[in-house]
Write a protein that binds this ligand. Structure first.
Ligand code: RIB
Ligand code: CA
Length: 306
């Protein structure tokens, strides 16, 4: 069983990824850590606490940074994609629990120290918390086993600008710290997530088996599906973050290449990820995926578990 910290900005596709991880017997989620992106860090933390409750999960939730590495806070969030509250503006039943003590980056450090070479950070939001762990604890890079992150793109167009994917665009300075850290990492970006889309019909085959939880998931994903239909004329929608989760459990579904990743920090291409292929390179990038296998596995695990 893989020990992971799930660093997330929930977020509709984040909610679907957590549903999958919570259904899998091959991962142990040691903590949820939160970050801004689909909404503010405060709102994403409330959403993580809410999801933990409705999924029946028990791990601690630690709030992450409210600013990116260069001290900035976003002036707006992607309300049209995820709703103002990050979860399709569905009124979340009163969530009274508070996040657990300890910041996201300090918990990443202490967990990696306690379990050297046995912790994967699965990051599906901007990379600020992981970068802070690297900057503030010199032993962190050596203690961590690997980072798997949803973000970036090599061959697909960006989804925030023509070049940049949202999680990297949100904090390119953090991405650069991670790329230069020497920590083994795998990028699961738009090159595979845009190839793995689900239809409302497929969604219903899952949600119809999940009772009240299924109705919540159907509602949030209908909002998200409608955005992709209106903005991109698509009759299916990408389950971005579930791909990174699936890479942790089923890496054999993916085609990866080794090389060196870098990120543009200046000008109109800010947030663009660049990849130089090199067999000896420290980074792996997912360039293709067996989407059918991913979707079959997703449906099987979630419907068996809930
Ligand atoms: O570009 C897609 C990514 O941005 C996903 O992680 C989504 O949840 C948002 O964070
Ligand atoms: Ca996300």
């Amino acid at each position: 069983m893989k020990r992971i910290i799930f660093d997330t900005d929930p977020g509709i596709d984040d909610a679907m990824a957590l549903l999958f991880l919570g259904s899998s017997s091959s991962v142990f989620i040691s903590s949820l850590t939160t970050i801004m992106g689909n909404a503010s860090t405060e709102q994403c933390t409330r959403n993580a606490l809410f999801l933990r409750k409705i999924y029946g999960l028990k791990m601690p939730v630690h709030k992450g940074s409210s600013t990116s590495i260069n001290g900035q806070t976003p002036s707006k969030y992607p309300d049209l994609v995820h709703g103002k509250n990050g979860l399709a503006d569905i009124v979340l039943t009163e969530e009274r629990s508070l996040p657990d003590p300890g910041t996201a980056h300090s918990v990443m450090s202490s967990t990696a120290k306690k379990h050297p070479n046995d912790l994967t950070v699965l990051a599906v939001g901007q990379l600020t918390n992981v970068a802070l762990a690297i900057l503030k604890d010199k032993s962190f890079s050596g203690n961590l086993k690997e980072i798997v992150f949803m973000g970036g793109t090599i061959n697909e167009p960006g989804n925030v600008t023509p070049w940049a994917e949202a999680n990297i665009w949100g904090d390119p300075e953090a991405a650069e710290i991670i790329f230069k850290s020497g920590i083994p990492l795998t990028m699961v970006g738009l090159d595979v997530t845009m190839k793995t889309r689900i239809t409302k019909t497929f969604l219903r085959t899952i949600t119809s088996k999940l009772g009240k939880l299924g109705r919540f998931l159907q509602n949030i994903n209908t909002f998200y599906a409608d955005y992709y239909a209106k903005s991109m004329n698509l009759d299916s929608f990408p389950i971005h973050d579930s791909l990174a989760a699936m890479f942790v459990t089923n890496p054999d579904f993916f085609v990866t290449k080794k090389g060196i990743l870098s990120v543009k920090k200046n000008g109109e291409e800010r947030g663009r990820t660049l990849f130089e292929e090199n067999q000896q390179g420290p980074h792996s990038v997912c360039l293709d995926v067996n989407a059918d296998k991913v979707l079959t596995e997703y449906e099987k695990l979630v419907t068996n578990h809930y």
